[in-house]
Design a protein around this ligand. Structure first.
Ligand SMILES: Nc1ncnc2c1ncn2[C@@H]1O[C@H](COP(=O)(O)OP(=O)(O)OP(=O)(O)O)[C@@H](O)[C@H]1O
Length: 751
């Protein structure tokens, strides 16, 4: 094996060809190959080496130079982690002929390949790339065919070159590959003339990265496209990271400053700025209205929601005669064996006569009990059965649609009311990139009840509202003190500010009667007060004082104690405000996995990025899965693992409540370990036991809504661990910023 001196090649590399593909994922171009090495920077004790990394799928006859480093994988041993790959064109006549007929070049079979090599010699590839006309000299190759072959040769060559240049521009191999795959032969053109296109078209490229490329391509600091890219980037950041539906011009300019001129120089005077923004508005890349700047999709969503709400407010409903209403309420009370409180009764009767109504209230105030009452009252007044069984073989659709943003919330609601419930995505027929239900294909039924509305962002609210047919009553149920939606807008909050939307707020706590001190604590914290008995042990809650570095230990101890007492993995949930850090979600998951589901001989597991999925692990679905009805926030348990599954075959199965869902390797980013999860991910769910660390180390994240949401996830037992001052600090801190939205004004202005 050749070994050139290190002075010639500073980087470590292996040269050779791939003799076997062990694994290859088309989606992220990640592969594992066996390479026969002919040349290397260091001495090797074998000439067959396992090589892993992101790369365009190599062809067996290609000679490759892989630059990278040696790693020691805990499971697979020593392997070469490729950083980037350079392909060498084959040199011998046989290899060139084989390469040409490998299928990479359309229309070139074995015979033609041999003829080309015969005629042009071993340098055929270089010659044909430089001058396609030489191919025409090959007997039997017509002008058009010569052209096609030369084009694909050149295309290959250009892609290779583009990759090398992108590496030089500082892009990592995975991103560089994505760029080349997106723009193909146009890659270099895009990179040289408008690398800002990468922000929109290549996942994982932000403004700063694109701007670095622009610098290297010689694009001026005051170029128009630079300004416009920064404007869109800032607008997206404001909406997606901070939840704003729009930004004011001042906010926009302010957030663009650090992007455009970190040293404070004025590259875009106000006149130029104005002109460039106007240009973007003309091209509908953004929308400007009275000095407010929107991403188009948010503008239309917010206006859509406002328009729909206005329609409901303008709708006239014939009121049900009072005596009929009260008689029916009495019958429902009798049927359900509940004596509804005055306010609860008001909510039920109001729901019957309003096209749109909002029901709010903290935990334990009886929202679910009222939802059930509303459904039964509706059935009586409409004189229709609400027993799902009566609709099983009927043409008639079930009249009530009960929905929630997460699968767990829907399940909880359906269990508590006895009425079928589903996620909003399922109701709307989410197909992965579009909803089947819209204004032209509305949902069926005459009563829609949406729970956990605080989680609804303006996009989803618009999708849902536009799919509601005329005449269907809509009841929105939620708790405005919970965390707002992850996506932009604060729909429930802003709807509550509209005067004129019928609403009832439930304030009396009923669960307290059952002796819940968790709910009492939640209500105190909501009022910004830490009760003096916080650290006193109660029958349903405990506070364990500890510092940051002890928190994980306390969590492990409590968790395993609960398991010993017969609680299951699904009864206990650790919630943490952060992912990173000593007591963050990631670390707790790692430690709990070690403690409650350790590796064992014969127990299958699979490495995924930094983490390991093991048979029996509790996992969380992170996105809505359009193929199977599993949704963001659903939890399940790994029921099988096939370690050596081929790329297109499932590698792991998760048992959710009602079904087992298979995942291919490329889909493993849709799940995560779930012994611990973020408070955001637990929205809409309840657990028998919640363990919540509250530490000053998290103070950046701690705020009232988050603590309140975390605590109210506990149904039977709450364990707080950490520092009392962290809790006090957090509950006195409101959400950092209000979210910009015009929703209230839009509805009120024209209504
Ligand atoms: N009028 C009432 N009389 C007696 N008990 C009631 C009444 N209303 C509600 N409850 C009881 O209070 C408890 C909490 O009610 P419910 O679950 O409906 O509240 P919730 O607002 O939906 O709470 P959460 O959001 O925490 O689920 C239940 O056990 C319920 O039976």
């Amino acid at each position: 094996m050749e070994q050139p001196g290190l002075d010639l090649f500073q980087e470590s590399y292996l040269k050779g060809s791939f003799v076997q593909e062990i694994f290859y994922n088309e989606e992220n171009q990640y592969g594992v190959f066996l390479m026969r090495v002919t040349e290397a920077t260091e001495e090797l004790d074998t000439d067959e080496v396992t090589v892993v990394g992101n790369m365009i799928r190599p062809h067996p006859d290609e000679t490759l130079v892989c630059f990278g480093e040696w790693t020691d994988h805990p499971r697979y041993g020593k392997q070469y982690q490729v950083n980037h790959v350079k392909k060498e064109l084959p040199r011998s006549k046989e290899a060139v002929a084989k390469y040409l007929s490998s299928g990479l070049f359309p229309g070139v079979g074995k015979k033609t390949a041999e003829k080309i090599v015969e005629h042009l010699g071993p340098n055929a590839l270089e010659k044909a790339t430089a001058d396609p006309a030489v191919l025409e000299e090959v007997p039997g190759v017509t002008g058009a065919r010569a052209q096609t072959i030369a084009e694909s040769l050149r295309e290959h060559h250009t892609l290779e070159q583009a990759l090398v240049i992108l590496y030089q521009f500082g892009l990592g191999p995975a991103t560089a590959l994505k760029v080349v795959q997106t723009f193909k032969e146009a890659t270099m053109e895009v990179v040289k003339t408008n690398p800002y296109r990468l922000i929109d078209e290549v996942e994982g490229v932000g403004f700063r990265r694109a701007d670095e490329i622009a610098r290297k391509s010689g694009i001026a600091l005051d170029a128009s496209e630079r300004f416009q890219a920064a404007a869109l980037f800032a607008l997206r950041e404001a909406s997606l990271s901070r939840g704003n539906v729009f930004v004011t011009e001042e906010q926009l300019v302010q957030s663009m400053e650090p992007l455009l001129a970190p040293n404070g120089e004025e590259l875009f005077p106000s006149e130029k700025r104005q002109r460039l923004l106007e240009e973007m508005a003309e091209e509908e890349r953004l929308i400007e209205e009275h000095g407010k700047y929107y991403l188009p999709s948010l503008f239309f969503a917010e206006h859509g929601v406002a328009m729909r709400v206005r329609d409901w407010l303008e709708e006239k409903v014939e009121p049900t005669p009072a005596h009929e209403l009260y008689k029916a309420v009495g019958e429902v009370e009798e049927e359900l064996k509940v004596a509804y409180a005055e306010r609860q009764r008001e909510a039920m009767t109001m729901a019957m006569d309003s096209p749109l109504m909002i029901l709010t209230g903290g935990p334990g105030t009886g929202k679910t009990t009222v939802i059930k009452g509303i459904c039964h009252l509706f059935g009586r007044l409409e004189e229709c059965t609400i027993d799902p069984k009566d609709y099983e073989n009927s043409e008639k659709p079930y009249p009530i649609r009960l929905v929630a943003p997460t699968g767990r919330a829907a399940k909880r609601m359906s269990e508590a009311t006895g009425i079928p419930a589903m996620t909003i995505h399922r109701l709307l027929g989410w197909k992965g990139d579009f909803f089947e239900r819209d204004a032209d294909h509305p949902i069926e039924g005459s009563l829609l009840i949406v729970d956990e509305v605080s989680m609804l962002d303006v996009w989803l609210a618009n999708q849902l509202f536009r799919a509601v047919p005329k005449g269907m009553k809509v009841i929105l149920v939620g708790d405005d003190d919970q965390l707002p939606s992850v996506g932009p807008g604060k729909v429930l909050h802003h709807l509550l500010q509209v005067r004129g939307i019928p609403r009832v707020e439930l304030t009396d706590i009923y669960r307290q009667e059952e002796g819940s001190s968790i709910i009492r604590l939640a209500h105190s914290l909501k009022a910004g007060e830490v009760p003096p008995d916080l650290t006193e042990p109660k029958s349903d809650r405990r506070f364990f004082s500890c510092k940051k570095d002890q928190a994980v230990h306390v969590i492990l101890q409590t968790y395993t104690n609960a398991l010993e007492r017969g609680y299951t993995l699904f009864d206990i949930q650790v919630l943490s405000p952060m992912y990173k850090g000593l007591a963050g979600v990631n670390r707790i998951n790692e430690e709990l996995q070690k403690a409650v589901n350790p590796p064992r001989e014969g127990k299958k597991e699979i490495q995924w990025g930094e983490s390991v999925f093991r048979h029996g692990d509790k996992v969380l679905q992170l996105v809505n899965h359009p193929e199977h009805p599993v949704y963001n926030g659903d939890m399940g348990q790994i029921s099988a693992i096939e370690e050596d599954a081929r790329n297109d075959q499932p590698v792991l199965w998760v048992q959710f409540d009602r079904q087992e869902v298979p995942y291919k390797r490329s889909q493993l980013n849709q799940i995560g370990l779930a012994y611990a999860c973020s408070v955001h991910k637990a929205q809409g769910s309840e657990f028998a036991i919640v363990i919540l660390p509250v530490l000053m180390a998290y103070r950046r994240m701690l705020q009232k809504n988050l603590i309140y949401t975390g605590i109210t996830r506990a149904k039977s037992y709450l364990i707080l661990c950490g520092e009392t001052e962290a809790l006090a600090w957090g509950v006195n801190r409101r959400e950092r910023e209000e979210r910009n939205s015009q929703l209230t004004t839009l509805i009120e202005a024209e209504w």
